[in-house]
Design a protein around this ligand. Structure first.
Ligand code: GNR
Ligand code: NI
Length: 172
């Protein structure tokens, strides 16, 4: 297994529309294992393939707490079938937007259909943190980041800081 480099915004590869996964082969299984390893190492509670430069509709999630057993979930081609009218606010972060956190308002509950790594079609209904993370990860598959849910002003402030930090990093 290997750690994959995580892309940092602003980066055009984070803005692409990811493509449907049509076969589960050795290469895809390896990518899924590498994404779990990368997510746990970060550490993060979710990771979408575009964040590691792969434009495929694939996400991994594990919202278990540190003292709990791992609960790895790999979701291929996830889609939101239904979301509640009721909303909830959650302080979000993103491994591609390091060191910035902001409250995002999203539907409180969602129903998601996806394929698991065995090729079985599954559906889950989620609320709370899992609902937030599912929506955050599925957004990555259409090139959307949590900052795209903020005001133009807040988004601009965060992206300018990240851009500046990147330029500093290449000088060092
Ligand atoms: O690790 C992560 N934590 C998090 C916290 C609140 C809302 C969403 C997230 S997802 C994030 C990892 C990540 O960037 N996934 O795309
Ligand atoms: Ni993210």
């Amino acid at each position: 297994m290997s750690l994959l480099p995580i892309l940092i915004a602003p980066d055009p590869r984070l803005k692409v529309q990811a493509l449907t996964v049509d076969k589960i082969d050795e290469g895809l299984n390896r990518l899924i294992d590498d994404m779990f390893e990368t997510m746990y190492q970060a550490p993060g509670i979710g990771l979408a393939a575009p964040q590691v430069g792969v434009a495929k509709r694939l996400v991994v999630i594990d919202i278990a707490k540190k003292d709990e057993d791992r609960q790895p979930m790999a979701l291929l081609n996830p889609e939101i079938l239904w979301f509640s009218d009721e909303t909830s606010d959650y302080e979000e972060g993103c491994l591609s937007v390091p060191e910035h956190y902001a409250e995002v308002t999203r539907p409180a509950r969602v129903r998601v259909r996806y394929m698991d790594r065995q090729g079985e079609i599954r559906e889950i209904e989620a609320e709370g943190l899992l609902s937030t993370v599912l929506q955050h990860e599925i957004d990555h598959l259409t090139g959307k980041l949590f900052v795209d849910h903020l005001s133009t002003l807040k988004r601009g402030m965060i992206l300018r800081k990240l851009e500046k930090a990147k330029k500093q990093a290449v000088r060092m």
